[in-house]
Ligand binder design. Structure first.
Ligand code: NAP
Ligand code: GLV
Length: 309
């Protein structure tokens, strides 16, 4: 089996080493040392240049480096007859829960206000709000959103979720579908976006949806930058409608040095590392899919091309 690896964001040598450790028989090729394109069976990719995947006439599996596949589906020439698999990994999921918990608690416990007060040597007692009085709303109740929701319930927050289909998770109020988005947003003191980026979810955090949040709400976006209409978010922050935003993902990555998010007093920027695929942890599931391919068994963690996630 010949496996082509392409990514400008991942340490591809480490990935090749992790795959070889799991499966020494694999013929691993790092782009652009592809060799004969007709020999490539599997492509392990992240944001491949448009047309790259189509150039392998005998491709049998496209495997994403990560959980999200929008960077692969962005290629208009993607060969849709080839199965596309994504990563579902316990360590990545745990990492996302750590990230969301960290920033929810930061807002909840007014950490930024206290840090400011410390800088000014100001001893100011701040009234505490009980977690049960705050609603954390999670957009996207899949692998990541579901895990995050359960952790937040354990911390005593009121938790609401919004997804395409109705969910039944203990302690979580489930909203679903476009008709119930408004009802969901109206109760969220802290909005967390963990949606996949699809034509339906692009620009979903906009002037309209932000205006439906209660005044003083916070936004945490760890889905994709394309979910946020950046000018609308800045307007909501500057007009005092929102209290703050934590952003891990951006329309353009890396975020350009003159972007207003860098210096905005209410914005926390993190460099798209809320959660990551670690080669040693994820290589076994990729090799498992390659073995399944060899044995004619169903590929796991498949993406539905029609839904886009
Ligand atoms: P997932 O398991 O596929 O879950 C996606 C969730 O979004 C599902 O609950 C789905 O609803 C919901 N959804 C999709 N389209 C919707 C729509 N139009 N309206 C309402 N709900 C919709 O994905 P995941 O593994 O949790 O990952 C989610 C995303 O996180 C990824 O796609 C990626 O963009 C992002 N991510 C970011 C990082 C980072 O470091 N920042 C790391 C990993 C992943 P149903 O359940 O009803 O289908
Ligand atoms: C990271 O953003 C991923 O999709 O895994």
């Amino acid at each position: 089996m010949a496996v082509l690896i392409y990514s400008r964001n991942h340490p591809v040598e480490d990935w090749a080493a992790a795959l070889r450790k799991e499966a020494p028989d694999l013929d691993i090729r790092l782009h652009p040392q592809t060799g004969n394109p007709a020999e490539i069976d599997v492509a392990l990719v992240w944001k491949p240049p448009p047309g790259l995947l189509q150039s392998f006439p005998n491709l049998k599996l496209i495997q994403s480096f990560g959980a999200g596949v929008d960077g692969i589906l962005a290629d208009p020439n993607i060969p849709k007859h080839v199965p596309l698999a994504r990563v579902v990994d316990g360590r990545l999921t745990q990492g996302m829960s750590e990230y969301v918990l960290l920033h929810v608690l930061r807002f909840h416990r007014q950490v930024d206000t206290m840090a400011n007060n410390q800088r000014n040597r100001t001893w100011r007692w701040l009234p505490l709000v009980d977690a049960s009085e705050r609603v954390v709303g999670i957009m996207g109740m899949g692998t990541l959103g579901g895990h995050v929701a359960r952790k937040l319930v354990d911390f005593g927050f009121q938790v609401a979720s919004w997804s395409r289909g109705l969910k039944a998770v203990d302690g979580v109020t489930s909203f679903h579908g476009d008709d119930h988005l408004e009802g969901f947003l109206r109760i969220c003191n802290i909005l967390v976006c963990l949606l996949p980026l699809t034509p339906q979810t692009r620009g979903i955090i906009s002037r309209r949806t932000l205006s439906l949040l209660p005044r003083g709400a916070y936004v945490i976006n760890a889905g994709r930058g394309g979910h946020v209409v950046e000018a609308d978010l800045l307007h909501a922050l500057d007009s005092e409608w929102l209290s703050g935003a934590t952003l891990d993902v951006f329309n353009e990555e890396p975020l350009r040095p003159d972007h207003p998010f860098w210096t905005h007093p209410k914005v926390t920027v993190t460099p798209h590392n809320a959660a990551d695929s670690i080669p040693a942890h994820v290589a076994p599931q990729i090799v498992d899919n390659i073995r399944r391919l060899q044995q004619g068994l169903p590929i796991l963690r498949l993406v539905d091309y029609a839904r886009g996630y």
